[in-house]
Design a protein around this ligand. Structure first.
Ligand code: SF4
Length: 463
């Protein structure tokens, strides 16, 4: 029996495909030397972290030196996107290589692929070629993705600043490799610029808007000590993009907490949703794991800011992330995954009660993160941790009525499936499928779950 079979027996209420995806997230996919068969050429992710999310001791530079054939100008070979035949949802993110994983995708001939755990065939997966978006250049001759990345056909990401001050100060969050990942990519000629450029971002945005109806966008900014400066930087970008379409796409901003006045300022320039990733709930471990956030914002300020943000943006329009299981890492941290689970669930419950949608990401250590070591890798919790947290999350959202208030684009997995936990079980239980869940907010031409259903599944009799 595979691990997924065991987990299915243990958690019978969870859809099997949900377990498959979590198990793949937790373990990554091994590079068993077959990357040429199962890989595709991709540019470096504009957010960074586009490689070796598990292989903490292999930088992109090492990778390229060891296997030069896996890089060509602007592109690197990564595992292709594999999806589940049931619903077209991917099992992997392209950067999920873990050379120590017992999971791999194997080509079975005739264009067929399957996920294996050792010699155990876990599940058939389909290779879904991503539509070739093609690299376009701005008028200055730079790739548009330097300024605006097309996260999916109708969604985008903008990076006003790819730099976090906490790294220079020795106060970076211990699991994070935001700056090193960009530096590493630059070292092999594949990096993106550190600071954004509004003029060229507007140019790329206008072209995007001329091609599709934009559904949503996210602005991501590295951490700054000065909150006003951080807000101004993000607000300037949102303010310039918002008037460029006659309709209003949903704008989210991922940043640190700010004061109420600045929240209103962001709202006024077109930001709809605020994402402030707290990462650690436990009050005793917060400062140890996220020292910069603790010193320049503080845990109490996070909690006050969430409540103020719900007042400004509305319940269901504010979210946070917890780095799942990270509290197992410090010397004086949680000793068992069950302790870490209970602490995370406490944080989830607080968030949901206050109208904030929490998500939980899987734990991995990438080159450049303070916690990246073989010893720490052994402390990563089992898939059970994430499944039990997901079940508790679902119950909390039902109990406190958060699903009814939720901005559905907040858990729309069309653009990025970085975390699977932020309400997806509710989408299955309340709407039946992700296609139904997203139907109200994502037009058909942008809704690849709907398109998948139409292409590959028989429609229900009553539709
Ligand atoms: S604030 Fe923390 S999580 Fe965010 S970029 Fe800086 S170190 Fe990474």
């Amino acid at each position: 029996m595979s691990r997924v079979d065991d987990l299915q027996e243990k958690y019978p209420s969870l859809p099997r495909q949900y377990i498959v995806r979590w198990d793949t997230r937790v373990h990554g996919l091994s590079d068993s030397g077959k990357l040429d068969e199962i890989g595709r050429w991709v540019p470096i992710n504009p957010e960074g972290g586009a490689y070796a999310n598990f292989d903490f001791d292999i930088t992109l530079k090492d990778w390229v030196e060891a296997k030069p054939g896996r890089q060509k100008p602007g592109y690197v070979l990564r595992p292709a996107r594999f999806v589940l035949p049931e619903n077209g949802i991917e099992i992997n993110h392209r950067d999920m290589i873990n050379s120590k994983s017992d999971l791999e995708v194997r080509a079975e001939g005739n264009g067929r692929f399957a996920l294996y755990q050792g010699e155990e065939r876990v599940e058939e997966v389909w290779h879904q070629p991503s539509p070739a978006i093609g690299e376009k250049l701005t008028s200055s001759g730079k790739p548009e993705s330097d300024f605006l990345s097309r996260r999916s056909r109708h969604c985008f990401g903008v990076y006003p600043l790819r730099d976090c001050e906490y790294f220079q100060l020795g106060l970076a969050c211990k699991f994070c490799n935001f700056n090193p990942t960009h530096e590493d990519a630059r070292s092999v000629g594949m990096g993106h610029s550190t600071t954004g450029d509004i003029k060229q971002t507007v140019e790329a945005y206008k072209r995007f808007a001329s091609e599709v109806r934009i559904v949503e966008g996210i602005f991501v900014i590295g951490g700054l000590r000065d909150s006003d400066k951080e807000v101004t930087l993000a607000a300037n970008f949102a303010e310039k993009l918002a008037p460029e379409t006659p309709y209003h796409p949903n704008f989210s901003l991922c940043t640190q907490p700010m004061n109420r006045k600045n929240m209103q300022r962001l709202k006024d320039v077109g930001v709809d949703c605020l994402i402030c990733n707290m990462e650690v709930w436990d009050p005793e471990l917060f400062a140890e794991i996220v020292p910069g956030k603790a010193q320049y914002r503080g845990r109490e300020r996070y909690l006050e800011a969430f409540q103020e943000a719900v007042g400004v943006f509305g319940a269901g329009n504010v979210t946070t992330n917890f780095a799942g299981g990270v509290t197992l890492i410090p010397e004086r941290g949680h000793k068992t995954w069950q302790e870490a689970r209970d602490s995370t669930i406490e944080g989830i419950d607080w968030m949901v009660r206050h109208g904030v949608l929490p998500s939980v990401s899987w734990l991995r250590f990438s080159p450049g993160a303070a916690y990246a070591s073989e010893e720490n890798r052994k402390k990563v919790p089992p898939t059970d941790f994430y499944l039990e947290v997901a079940l508790a999350h679902h119950e909390a959202c039902k109990k406190h009525g958060l699903y009814d208030k939720l901005n559905r684009l907040m858990l729309c997995p069309l653009d990025v499936l970085t975390s699977l936990i932020c309400g997806e079980l509710g989408a299955y239980e309340l709407a039946g499928s992700l296609a139904e869940w997203t139907a109200a907010v994502v037009p058909r031409e942008a809704n690849r779950f709907r398109q998948w259903e139409e292409q590959h599944m028989s429609p229900p009799a009553n539709r």
